[in-house]
Ligand binder design. Sequence first.
Ligand SMILES: CC(C)(COP(=O)(O)OP(=O)(O)OC[C@H]1O[C@@H](n2cnc3c(N)ncnc32)[C@H](O)[C@@H]1OP(=O)(O)O)[C@@H](O)C(=O)NCCC(=O)NCCS
Length: 161
Amino acid sequence: MPDLLVSLYSKEVETLINKAEAPSGVIIRAPLAPELHIVRDWVLAQFSENWASEVMVAFSRQPVSCLIAVNQTGLQGFACYDVTARGFFGPTGVAPEARGKGIGVALLAACLQSMKALGHAYAFIGDAGPVDFYVRSAGAIVIPASDKGIYEGMLRTPTKT
Ligand SMILES: CC(C)(COP(=O)(O)OP(=O)(O)OC[C@H]1O[C@@H](n2cnc3c(N)ncnc32)[C@H](O)[C@@H]1OP(=O)(O)O)[C@@H](O)C(=O)NCCC(=O)NCCS
């Protein structure tokens, strides 16, 4: 999967930041340190150990480099930045039953706004899965690099035999 580049000064991102809105009843906010175990366990249950590890790194930052989407029933989604590498957006994910309502785009918009405020001019999306999601929502372009990416050679949990 390719790495993507997003200019935080593009018209697309300006529009995204100005227009993206979480659906009614959903709040996008930074999580509090005491919520770490809840966010980590949720990400582990919904997604993967790798993403749960990245969430823990996000919580080690001050301010926490992660945003969550919450409604009255609890967590609906999360998004991190500046975790695996400076300037990286992700990982991000929305609960399967909450997808398609604008939560993913609202999390992306809020993170890109935070990254811009911190002084980034560009955001990278490493090893992007849903490339079209980023192309359409933030004007992302594929970085034409055939070289090894940052995840090359990463240790992975061995499969038990
Ligand atoms: C990608 C993801 C975060 C999007 O969240 P979401 O809340 O469903 O997204 P939204 O409802 O905000 O979608 C906004 C738009 O993006 C489009 N979109 C959503 N997921 C998409 C995908 N996987 N590919 C292409 N377009 C997508 C929607 O159709 C919608 O378009 P529209 O406004 O024209 O209707 C979510 O599908 C997810 O958690 N996927 C699994 C984890 C993942 O792949 N994370 C990204 C890792 S890089």
